[in-house]
Design a protein around this ligand. Structure first.
Ligand code: EN2
Length: 115
């Protein structure tokens, strides 16, 4: 039978998965460039180049204040962190390599947990 709209159970278990995934990202040894918003006063060009800054602490704030309506919007913000990183940093820079490692880790974990 066709599924009705999402039950509250589905969204609360999805929310639990988002909290778990975010905790794992924050604990990763390559997370340090992404734990707090980039200080655009200290990083020349960042404010001009990156139109939608995002970082793990901002995502956590949005998650705990029920800003995310569904899993997709949460995953979109996580991917924004990595897309911004790829745009602003050389691939072989320390931060560029950290972003690549974190993206691979994230993709592996959420597919394990949700598919
Ligand atoms: C994602 N991104 C980050 C930076 C950047 O310079 N980010 C701050 C690095 C310094 N921050 C730390 O070292 C740190 C922060 C929190 C913590 F808990 C432990 C260490 C520059 C360009 C860019 O695209």
């Amino acid at each position: 039978p066709a599924r009705k709209s999402k039950t509250s159970k589905d969204s609360s278990s999805e929310l639990a998965v988002c909290h778990m995934l975010l905790a794992e990202l924050e604990a990763h040894r390559c997370a340090w460039p992404f734990l707090t918003p980039v200080n655009h006063k200290a990083v020349p060009g960042y404010k001009k180049v990156i139109k939608r800054p995002m970082d793990f602490s901002t995502i956590k704030e949005k998650l705990t204040s029920n800003h995310y309506l569904n899993l997709e919007t949460f995953i979109a913000d996580i991917n924004l962190v990595f897309d911004n990183c790829k745009k602003f940093n050389e691939d072989q820079s320390e931060i560029g390599k950290a972003g690549y490692n974190m993206k691979r880790f994230f993709n592996k974990r959420w597919t394990e947990l949700l598919q």
